[in-house]
Each structure stands twice: as structure tokens, then as C-alpha cells.
Design a protein around this ligand. Structure first.
Ligand SMILES: [Zn+2]
Length: 261
């Protein structure tokens, strides 16, 4: 993430008492637009702000109520550590980011990284621009198989290499299987047969869960005041996922083959 520390800009109301900086919720993809409209970066708070509030051009990012560090019903002990966690095929296109606005995603991301002290909750690493390692937010889901409900239980801060391991299928289809496999072994201490078994077991879970249509439970977000856009009906999601499967092999299958030798 490229953020250049900048001094607060002169403000016409600087001498007045109304010139307190106002923090903004700027999605990463919109940072350049916000900067062009006058937003400034606070490196200590790791957050953009309006130096002369209220600036008309920045109002779209005006901060709303803070999201609590612990979301309603969230279990921060759920799904700890690093493991391959393949999202069932019928869920592939309904992650949290697709269900909330980019501004709300920025609101969610900030407390998740803050409470993790800006460290990966699986391996402990922080961001390293030179190593191209970033911190990302990953969803931990509980799957109620008899009930067919996929419930969000936790948001976890992961570095990009741990996130790649978690989405091992994505590593496969992007040619990064070896990189993900090595990182899995490095973090968990598994030897090669153990790591292969782990990936294989994750594949079996993925195959079983992919036969089922899932309903999403995002109560953890709505309880925190995050507006959730209703996802496509589950039946339609399955059709979209099947179309994707026609274009790419099931993700875990190739990983299991690739590391069985
Ligand atoms: Zn990590």
C-alpha cells in the first residue's frame, strides 16, 4: 500500500475552532480519487482524513459510526491458525466484499487490523512492501450442513501468503501451488506427507459441501449496522459457480495430484 505521509494542508478555517480533522472511510481502490479531492493520510492512525471539514468532495467518504472491534456474535477463537479452507462451489461468488459497499468494507477492515495489532493472526508477520506482503481480511464461516446455512462467525487478519494458503484453490488456478504449499509447511511445521494429507482432506470437505446449496447468515454484520446487499438466490449462485467450474478444474484436485508424488 503506497501512502505518502503528507503535512496537513492549509485550511481557510485553520484559525477557527471548526477546523478539527475529520477521519474518512476511504476504500483502498478509491484512495487516489480521495487524495485528488484533498484527503490527507494520517500515518499514525493509518487513515485518510478531511483537513478542512466538511469538504463537499469528500462527503461520500465521511466516517459513520465506528464498527465495534468485536462484532455481534463474533467468536475470535473460531477457526484459529492456518489451514486450507476451501469455499464450497455454490458460495464462490458471495463473499462479504460482494455483499457490502466498498465504504462499509473499509469500515470493517480497520478494526479487524487494529485489534490484531497489524499482524497476521496466523503467522504473526506484518506488512512488508518490499516482500509484497499485505494484510487482508478473511471470513471464517461455520457450515451447518443439515440446515444448509453458512454463517459468518469471525473476521480474521491474515497476511497475503497465509490468505493464499487458505484459498488453496485460488493458488492452484493462478500457478502458485508450490508457493502456497511451502508457506503452509513453514507456518504449521507439517512435513510434506502431513501437508499433502491436510490439502487432500480439505478437498474432500470441499467436494461434499459443494454438493449442497447454502443460505448465507450475515447476522454478525447486520447486527453491527452494516447494510448487506441481498446476494443472488442460492440456486442462481450454483449455476454461476458451475459455469466457473467448466472453465477451470476443481481447485483442490490438482493440488492433491501435484503433491502426491
Ligand atoms: Zn501470515
Amino acid at each position: 500500500m503506497v501512502h505518502e505521509p503528507t503535512a496537513p494542508q492549509p485550511c481557510a478555517r485553520e484559525s477557527g475552532s471548526i477546523s478539527a480533522r475529520a477521519y474518512l472511510d476511504v476504500p483502498y481502490a478509491e484512495k487516489d480519487a480521495a487524495k485528488a479531492l484533498g484527503a490527507r493520510w494520517d500515518p499514525a492512525a493509518r487513515r485518510w482524513y478531511d483537513p478542512c471539514p466538511p469538504s463537499a468532495g469528500l462527503q461520500r467518504w465521511a466516517a459513520r459510526a465506528e464498527v465495534p472491534e468485536l462484532l455481534p456474535g463474533e467468536d475470535r477463537a473460531f477457526g484459529s491458525g492456518l489451514f486450507v479452507d476451501l469455499v464450497p462451489a455454490s458460495c464462490w461468488f458471495t463473499n462479504v466484499r460482494s455483499c457490502v459497499s466498498s465504504v462499509d468494507w473499509a469500515r470493517l477492515r480497520r478494526p479487524v487490523l487494529s485489534r490484531a495489532r497489524h499482524r497476521c493472526e496466523a503467522c504473526g508477520n506484518g506488512e512488508d512492501r518490499r516482500a509484497r506482503r499485505w494484510l487482508e481480511v478473511h471470513e471464517r464461516w461455520h457450515y451447518d450442513e443439515p440446515g444448509g446455512v453458512q454463517a459468518l462467525r469471525r473476521l480474521i487478519c491474515l497476511c497475503s501468503p497465509c490468505h493464499l494458503v487458505t484459498h488453496f484453490g485460488y493458488a492452484n488456478v493462478t500457478g502458485r501451488t508450490d508457493e502456497a504449499f511451502a508457506h503452509l509447511r513453514r507456518v504449521t511445521g507439517m512435513n510434506q506427507p502431513q501437508a499433502w494429507r491436510h490439502v487432500h482432506d480439505a478437498e474432500q470437505v470441499w467436494l461434499r459441501r459443494s454438493e449442497q446449496v447454502w443460505e448465507l447468515d450475515l447476522g454478525m454484520l447486520t447486527g453491527a449496522g452494516i447494510a448487506v446487499r441481498r446476494p443472488e438466490p442460492a440456486e442462481q449462485r450454483l449455476a454461476v459457480a458451475e459455469e466457473a467450474l467448466r472453465r477451470a478444474d476443481p481447485p483442490a484436485t490438482r493440488s492433491a495430484r501435484g503433491h502426491s508424488a
